[in-house]
Design a protein around this ligand. Structure first.
Ligand SMILES: Nc1ncnc2c1ncn2[C@@H]1O[C@H](COP(=O)(O)OP(=O)(O)O)[C@@H](O)[C@H]1O
Ligand SMILES: Cc1cn([C@H]2C[C@H](O)[C@@H](COP(=O)(O)OP(=O)(O)O)O2)c(=O)[nH]c1=O
Length: 258
């Protein structure tokens, strides 16, 4: 099993490359509202890990609630482990103690009064801490990080679905992550009604975000598609309406080239 961090790992966690406390600064906005970083021509594959320095080391999985990305994140992490890589599987918001506490604030259905700005900044605060405590150190140690959601969720939910200014969202994302950007992002694309049916089959109560409803999820899904179109090099759409094995085969092909 790939290691899954919820609590910090203590002294083994070292200070590292990027976002080690002080973010490296906010880059000026690129021409397109979504271009957090210039897209690579083609996403690298992990076929020649660790020899290939361009292979993806930081892989994020994105999509609307219930699209199946947590299922695929686990399968991918297991694949990479079996292939001999040192893998860290994380989720957002959360992953370390402070970020898990922020997650509770964000998802508590009792917090219906939360403003859009408060919501944005809490997601960014959770992310900044996760990057600082584990993502940056793990990447510096040469580990592969697989993260269930990252800043594209903020762009899709708080930007596209909540209607916040996309430039402001991009600047907030940049502040939270410093130099830590995903090498490859898979967006699991599915009809929101189908995803809602999957989520409903899970044995758990709706959280504050899920309670926003189907029309909201449709705006989120459109946001993710817009991100994939704008950043085709880093971001790849995967048809998530199929069965788990078929989706997993696509994920393997995109990440491992097999
Ligand atoms: N391809 C699939 N087809 C049918 N059910 C799925 C598929 N992928 C995941 N599920 C199930 O749907 C529910 C939501 O999946 P999950 O991976 O938790 O989604 P997410 O993390 O995107 O919210 C879970 O009960 C899971 O077992
Ligand atoms: C990371 C992130 C998540 N979210 C939302 C997406 C989900 O509704 C919620 C996280 O809940 P979670 O249960 O982890 O998601 P999922 O249902 O996909 O398994 O937070 C944002 O709105 N912005 C963000 O930046």
């Amino acid at each position: 099993m790939a290691e899954e961090i919820v609590e910090p790992t203590g002294p083994a966690v070292v200070e590292a490359l990027c976002a080690s406390g002080e973010p490296s600064g906010v880059e000026p906005l690129a021409a397109g509202p979504l271009a957090v970083e210039p897209p690579a021509a083609e996403p690298p594959t992990a076929a020649s890990f660790p020899e290939n320095p361009a292979a993806p080391r930081f892989i994020t999985l994105e999509g609307i609630d219930g699209c199946g990305k947590s299922t695929q994140a686990k399968l991918l992490a297991e694949d990479l482990e079996r292939a001999g890589y040192d893998v860290l599987l994380l989720r957002e918001p959360g992953g370390v103690t402070i970020s898990e506490k922020i997650r509770e604030l964000l998802l508590d259905p009792a917090h219906a009064a939360m403003s859009d700005t408060c919501e944005l900044l809490l997601y960014e605060a959770a992310r900044a801490q996760l990057v600082h405590e584990v993502v940056a150190p793990a990447l510096a140690q040469g580990r592969i990080v697989v993260c269930d959601r990252f800043y594209d969720s903020t762009t899709a939910y708080q930007g596209y679905a909540n209607g916040m200014d996309l430039g402001a969202v991009q600047r907030a994302n940049a502040l939270a992550v410093g130099a830590c950007h995903p090498d490859l992002t898979l967006v699991f694309d599915i009809d929101p009604a189908k995803a809602a049916a999957r989520a409903a089959a899970r044995d758990r109560a709706q959280d504050r975000m899920e309670a926003k409803g189907l029309a909201y999820q449709e705006r989120v899904a459109a946001g993710f598609r817009a991100i994939a179109a704008a950043e085709h090099g880093r971001v790849r759409l995967v048809d998530a309406s199929r069965d788990i094995d078929a989706i997993h085969a696509d994920v393997r092909a995109l990440v491992l080239g097999q």
